[in-house]
Write a protein that binds this ligand. Structure first.
Ligand SMILES: O=P(O)(O)OC[C@H]1O[C@H](O[C@H]2O[C@H](CO)[C@@H](O)[C@H](O)[C@H]2O)[C@H](O)[C@@H](O)[C@@H]1O
Ligand SMILES: O=c1ccn([C@@H]2O[C@H](COP(=O)(O)OP(=O)(O)O)[C@@H](O)[C@H]2O)c(=O)[nH]1
Length: 460
């Protein structure tokens, strides 16, 4: 079988007990560990002079090939066009998006440079699987460099509807470039439909069969492949630290209080301020919960050199300070807001120790934390997932979770109140329902379905 070569901007740290840098790294690492292959991408370092060739190293079945970026490339490609333009727009925050031609030129330049660095490592029958918005034009540049391999692309974040996408000035060039991939994968049907609708209206794409678009002389397949987790592995992990000093101390310090848990990169798309406000509304609306419930928000800093990320950090600090200032008493602090990265084993144990998973992004491609929270619960006394309808995960977990609209403060507070008193029978039923979906759509299936479609004969 052909070798798998994964390309993504972010490459996971290799050690199991190291904190991971977001869902892409967690998902791709989990998938590659099973199948083996090469993982090529940015080393995470900014260097004075980028080397001629990537650094190669092997860890179990995965070969890593990573390379540093110069300050200018990092600024224009990663911080600039990827995270200053595409990320906010694709998350429907056109108010936070900016466009700079120089940054876009840098984005294209780095894509072409990465192709040049990857080419010598490639074999003619390698299967390429490229990930995420940093690399929309990567396949087009591969084709220009004479790389004829089959290339698939998976978008981890939402794909916006046409009027929103058009606010990115080079939208047509970008989407035309996407059509140089053989297969385009999205997290949800909504994302896939948004792309297909855009392609029909703006690029004159003609649907040829279900999931196949003809765009000029190219045929491109499109499909929905929701990323998953490995529920059994998470069940096991969630018990690793159950009796550790940290978890025991936490439980002791809670004095029987119910625990609400949230874990997110510190990102404005995650709806953290709205979430804090809804928690405060719960305390206002339901005096019985005062002193009886604690909320832990873990929010490791992310992309801190992008201005909007500094703003959200300030806003949250002020919200947490204000709410705690108003409600804290001698024995109870309602919100523990922690700006630190935790390793996954500890996170899964924290999920298991809590009664509510509070996951309320304003917009999210999938949100693996929601799935991990469910997988980490004890089957005989599971916690409740309170989940935003705007997370990709809501498509699969909507029947078992309490779905909320993160713009509706009262609605979220009500959902928290309902979760806090939900009888165990209802919690078990909801949990079983969600576990069924997690098992049907686990991480192995995500990889296997995508790669089977990419290998398929339809392209011949
Ligand atoms: O690499 P960073 O800039 O530090 O950011 C971390 C990752 O964030 C995003 O993750 C997304 O992928 C998850 C898994 O599919 C999904 O659940 C989540 O909804 C997405 O936001 C980003 O897409 C990745 O490229 C970043 O590496
Ligand atoms: O301190 C932390 C915070 C998060 N995560 C992991 O990072 C991933 C976040 O993925 P998600 O899809 O929820 O959001 P993203 O950050 O990719 O937007 C999940 O697997 C978390 O368990 C972690 O390992 N340590």
């Amino acid at each position: 079988m052909s070798r798998l070569v994964v390309v993504s901007n972010r490459v996971a740290p290799v050690a199991e007990d190291q904190p991971s840098a977001g869902g892409l790294a967690v998902g791709v690492h989990g998938a590659l560990k099973q199948s083996g292959g090469i993982w090529f991408g940015w080393s995470g370092e900014i260097v004075d002079a980028p080397p001629e060739t990537p650094t190669l190293y092997q860890q179990d079945s995965v070969g890593y090939a990573t390379i540093g970026l110069s300050r200018r490339d990092y600024d224009q490609y990663y911080r600039g066009f990827s995270n200053g333009t595409l990320w906010p727009t694709f998350h429907y925050r056109t108010d936070l998006s900016r466009y700079d031609r120089k940054e876009y030129a840098g984005y294209l330049r780095v894509n072409a440079w990465l192709v040049e660095k990857l080419k010598p490592i490639l074999r003619p029958d390698d299967l390429l699987w490229v990930h995420d918005y940093h690399l929309l034009p990567f396949a087009r540049m591969c084709r220009e460099a004479g790389i004829a391999n089959r290339i698939g692309f998976f978008l981890h974040i939402p794909f916006p509807v046409e009027p929103v996408l058009r606010t990115v000035p080079p939208h047509r060039e970008l989407t035309e470039a996407m059509c140089a991939y053989d297969l385009l994968g999205f997290q949800t049907d909504d994302d896939c439909t948004a792309f297909s609708d855009y392609a029909r209206r703006q690029l004159g794409a003609v649907p040829q069969a279900p999931g196949v678009l003809a765009v000029g002389r190219r045929r491109v397949r499109v499909g929905t492949y929701p990323i998953g987790v490995l529920p059994d592995e998470i069940q096991e992990q969630s018990q690793t630290h159950s009796n550790s000093r940290q978890i025991l101390n936490l439980k002791q310090g809670l004095h029987q209080r119910r625990l609400i848990m949230s874990v997110d990169r510190l990102d404005y798309s995650k709806g953290l301020v709205e979430r804090f406000q809804a928690f405060e509304r719960l305390l206002e609306m339901a005096p019985a919960h005062r002193g009886k419930v604690s909320f832990i928000q873990i929010a490791p800093p992310s992309r801190s050199d992008v201005e909007m990320y500094r703003n959200i950090r300030r806003q949250l600090e002020s919200a947490a300070g204000r709410i705690n200032g108003r409600w804290t008493d001698l024995t109870w602090t309602p919100i523990r807001y922690i700006n630190k990265n935790y390793d996954r084993l500890m996170l899964m144990s924290l999920f298991r120790a809590s009664q509510i998973g509070y996951v309320t992004p304003l917009r999210d491609g999938m949100n693996l934390v929601a799935k991990e929270y469910v997988a980490a619960q004890p089957a005989d006394d599971p916690g409740v997932l309170v989940l935003s309808e705007f997370a990709g995960a809501a498509r699969e977990l909507g029947d078992g979770a309490l779905l909320v609209n993160p713009y509706d403060t009262d609605g979220m507070a009500q959902a928290l109140g309902r979760a806090l008193i939900m009888p165990v029978e209802e919690r078990k039923e909801r949990h079983q329902q969600m576990m069924r979906r997690l098992r049907e759509n686990d991480l192995d299936r995500w990889r296997d379905r995508f790669l089977a479609d990419l290998r398929g004969d339809e392209f011949a």
